[in-house]
Design a protein around this ligand. Structure first.
Ligand code: PLP
Length: 410
């Protein structure tokens, strides 16, 4: 059997295509397209790969799944069962993580928007760290922690200085002085960790090295202002596991480890916050060709409404109805939204003989597609979870209406 899209849970034998151990044809007997399928075994494999490589290279790495990559209940449940932590940016995510039973010492939460209720719930629930993007938020966190008689650990998001990013502190002299002052004055907070998330889809070791240099510089600057940081958080930014082989991950981690060692940085823990690497290649759309033109444009029954380019995913397209045909003929692929802008791919290598009704697989759709999907008025797809020979429907638009997160109960 041959693997497809670098994913061992996507296989073809002649013209038969399998998702895990199930024939796509069989799935389509009970469900209509468009259909989003998640491969449970692939998520588990990705987590185990990430964890094992990190544990081999670092003394005590902590891995926190970035919920925003895919916050479906059943996906986060799988993540939780593999024993890794959660990285959250919002109250609804906090509600989900707590209701799934993530241990609170394995949750870090925060971001550019920290409203009082979010801060308060993090503090009440003993969340391991609150991530602070803006120094002025520190006093507010301290006040709320004081009201609850708690001491809250903080993680400072450091500005990666990439282009003109506005996320995080640049640690200018004024800011360093302010942080030092807060350390003395705010007795209900404790600076523990620094975080720099450099970019997305980083497949080049040098991008990770740059991130390490930013963190080392921040570590030293804070040290010079008597702020002793214990943990280093490298954020996420890893490509889909199908795109970043284990050997490349090893190379990245080894380089990061070496840079920290060479610079003599004494840290307690290393954190990573992968999102895409864990779930990106575990999601596959099964779609259908609904129209075609003479000049090799095909139109699918999904578009950027649910499969958005904004997700920055490594989409790959296969004609599932003719999977044994060579895919070497340039074809452009349009989506379902009635605008010329809904282009999914241009001049993509596809099979020659295209027919309306052919089923088309889009791979690597597991991360950020649902997150960045919009409300264009089409019916949402059903979502299935496949594991071995088992299929469960984890989202049914008729039953569930919407996959948005529930608000935090007041
Ligand atoms: C702070 C932080 N951590 C982790 C992530 C997850 O990134 P990825 O899914 O690319 O690994 C993001 C994504 O934007 C982020 O901003």
């Amino acid at each position: 059997m041959k693997h497809i899209s670098g994913n061992r849970y996507l296989r073809k034998q002649g013209n038969i295509l399998y998702l895990d151990n199930i024939e796509v044809e069989k799935i389509l007997k009970s469900s209509k397209t468009p259909l989003l399928v998640f491969l449970e075994a692939r998520i588990r494999d990705n987590i185990r790969t990430f964890k094992s490589v990190a544990e081999r290279i670092f003394k005590s790495p902590s891995v926190f799944y970035s919920f925003k990559a895919n916050y479906l209940n059943d996906i986060c449940k799988i993540i939780k069962s593999e024993g890794i932590g959660a990285e959250l940016v919002s109250l609804p995510e906090l509600h989900l993580a707590l209701s799934l039973g993530f241990p609170t010492n394995k949750i870090i939460a925060g971001g550019p928007y920290l409203d009082n209720k979010f801060i308060e719930q993090c503090i009440i629930n003993n969340i391991e760290e609150i991530v602070v993007h803006t120094i002025k938020d520190i006093e507010r966190i301290n006040e709320i922690a004081k009201n609850h008689n708690k001491i809250q650990n903080l993680c400072l998001r450091i500005n990666s200085q990439k282009y003109d990013t506005k996320l995080g502190t640049k640690l200018l002299v004024q800011e360093l002085k302010q942080i030092k002052l807060y350390q003395r004055k705010c007795t209900n907070i404790q600076f523990r960790t620094i975080l720099s998330h450099y970019s997305t889809q980083m497949n080049n070791v040098n991008q990770f090295s740059k991130n390490a240099e930013i963190l080392i510089d921040a570590f030293n600057k804070l040290y010079n202002y008597d702020v002793e940081i214990k943990n280093i958080n490298f954020g996420g930014g890893f490509p889909e596991a199908a795109i970043m082989p284990k050997s490349q991950l090893e190379l990245v981690f080894s380089r990061l480890h070496k840079i920290l060692n060479d610079e003599g940085i004494e840290y307690e823990k290393i954190y990573f916050e992968p999102g895409r690497f864990l779930v990106g290649d575990a999601g596959i759309f099964i779609t259908e060709i609904v129209n075609k033109t003479e000049d090799r444009w095909i139109f699918l029954n999904v578009g950027n409404n649910i499969c958005p380019k904004f997700s920055r995913s490594s989409f790959r397209f296969y004609n599932a109805s003719k999977i044994d045909h060579p895919h070497k003929y340039k074809t452009s692929i349009a989506g379902i939204i009635p605008t010329d802008q809904d282009v999914l791919a241009k001049n993509y290598f596809f099979n020659n003989d295209i027919e309306i009704g052919d089923k088309v697989l889009i791979t690597n759709v597991g991360a950020y597609t649902l997150t960045f999907s919009n409300r264009f008025p089409y019916e949402l797809p059903s979502i299935l979870l496949v594991n071995g020979l088992k299929i469960s429907k984890i989202f049914d638009p008729k039953r569930d209406h919407d996959f948005s997160l529930k608000p935090f109960p007041s």
